[in-house]
Write a protein of this length. Structure first.
Length: 134
């Protein structure tokens, strides 16, 4: 009843330009994401602890920081889950991290289509945030 999952994702975006005879490829983003998930307990009754770290290689050359990181703690019940999440994302405009606290409620059948209620700080301005993944 104890499970562990480690995930690595590489996401790259390119732009192409044509100057007549030569097509030039330019890398616009190169993002790395590493996440670790631990689940303790039976299916549909388990606790979940997840941590995620993301680095945009192009932005990291300029500031040397993590682009984003998050940690979440969730509990699965019979047919739904509730998750508390804290996330920070680098904001290059203000040279600081924006943060988000949220609580997510979702059906176990459709875990990505839940309802999030929380608060967000962006550029020093704190505001409420409600989203639904319908």
């Amino acid at each position: 009843y104890k499970r562990f999952k480690l995930t690595y994702t590489l996401d790259q975006t390119f732009t192409f330009s044509d100057n007549g005879s030569v097509i030039k490829r330019t890398k616009t983003t190169k993002e790395h994401e590493l996440s670790a998930l631990t689940m303790i307990g039976k299916d549909s009754k388990s606790w979940k602890i997840k941590g995620t770290v993301g680095v945009n290689e192009i932005k990291a050359r300029n500031n040397g920081f993590l682009d984003t990181w998050s940690v979440s703690l969730g509990k699965e019940f019979d047919f739904y889950s509730a998750t508390l999440k804290y996330e920070q994302e680098w904001n290059s405009t203000y040279s600081t991290y924006d943060w988000t606290w949220s609580i997510n409620f979702a059906l176990l059948t459709f875990p990505d289509k839940g309802v999030n209620v929380g608060t967000k700080s962006e550029g020093g301005t704190v505001s409420p945030e409600i989203t639904a993944g319908m």
